[in-house]
Design a protein. Structure first.
Length: 317
């Protein structure tokens, strides 16, 4: 978007050319605005202009957003201050720029990071489930191993007692052989389970190593994203321009339809003759970043600025 500084450039034909650039911090000069003598004396009519086909937005979508912007300012004024019409005098153009290409890259990077988050969420869930299964099996194995050792100890004590009493009779020998055979079977089963647990532990280690690697990649992607795209941005996404009696709103880039609505609301404010305000959450603040994109609305400062420009006697809505 643009700042409030208006620049007058005189050509040989004495044509007046003035552009408000939101990216500048200077003051908007209402004397240079075409409707400055009585900016709210008539309805400001917007119309859909040219849309670069590289934008994934239709004329209908843009018209709907413009209608929402018109309703926003009109509600504050208590009358139809802004309207959308096929014959509107202020066309709104979506012009593809290098900034939009950068915004598209930002969106792609953001989608990539979100995709990585989703992947990591699945991997972490699968890893935790596998870890829980392993822990359960390991606890069961340890319980059975302790029980087997206890049974072996009992058997050895029994053998020592019988040896102390003179040895085994035939029935006791058969009993000993049966108990030893059961212990051997249980021991072989424990060995089999131990091998499986060892294999599971190796697989868990591989999963954890892969998971840690993917987490590191995600963190690296986030760091790169923050270095490249983080921070508040000036309203450089668009401008309100006029050439003689002709005016237009040009939008150069935006991240999604909600941000487009904020950009258009800001530029429409300039078209009404409103300068920047000081509240960071205001639509007419010179920086983008603290406004609520989910519920775009005028702040008290925006309303007061509108009242000052339009000279309303009544309280704004």
């Amino acid at each position: 978007m643009t700042s409030g500084i208006a620049k007058i450039i005189f050509f040989f034909t004495a044509l007046l050319l003035a552009v408000i650039y939101l990216s500048l911090a200077g003051k908007h000069n209402p004397m240079l605005t075409p409707a400055a003598t009585d900016p709210c004396s008539e309805t400001l009519t917007l119309t859909v202009g040219e849309i670069d086909n590289r934008y994934a937005i239709t004329e209908t979508q843009l018209e709907e957003i413009l209608a929402e912007v018109a309703a926003l300012w009109s509600a504050a004024a208590g009358r139809q201050l802004v309207a959308v019409s096929d014959e509107g005098r202020v066309p709104v153009h979506l012009i593809y720029s290098e900034d939009q290409a950068r915004s598209s890259l930002e969106r792609q990077q953001n989608q990539r990071i979100e995709s990585m988050r989703v992947e990591l969420s699945v991997l972490e869930r699968e890893y935790n489930q596998a870890q829980d299964r392993y822990d359960t099996r390991l606890d069961e194995y340890n319980d059975d191993a302790r029980q087997l050792q206890s049974d072996v100890d009992v058997l050895q004590n029994w053998i020592r007692q019988l040896n102390a009493q003179g040895g085994f009779d035939e029935a006791q020998i058969k009993q000993l052989e049966d108990r030893q055979r059961q212990i051997e079977i249980r021991n072989r089963e424990l060995d089999r389970r131990r091998i499986l647990l060892s294999s599971e532990a190796d697989e868990l280690n591989r999963q954890q190593s892969y998971l840690n690697g993917r987490i590191a990649q995600k963190n690296s992607a986030i760091e790169e994203y923050n270095r490249t795209f983080s921070g508040t941005r000036r309203f450089t996404q668009g401008s309100y321009e006029w050439h003689g009696t002709q005016s237009s709103i040009n939008v150069f880039h935006f991240n999604g339809l909600r941000e487009l609505k904020l950009v258009l609301a800001h530029e429409t404010g300039h078209a009404l003759g409103i300068d920047h305000v000081e509240n960071p959450t205001s639509i007419m603040y010179h920086l983008m970043g603290n406004q609520d994109l989910v519920n775009i609305r005028l702040s008290d400062e925006d309303r007061r600025a509108l009242q000052e420009v339009c000279g309303f006697d009544q309280n704004l809505q």
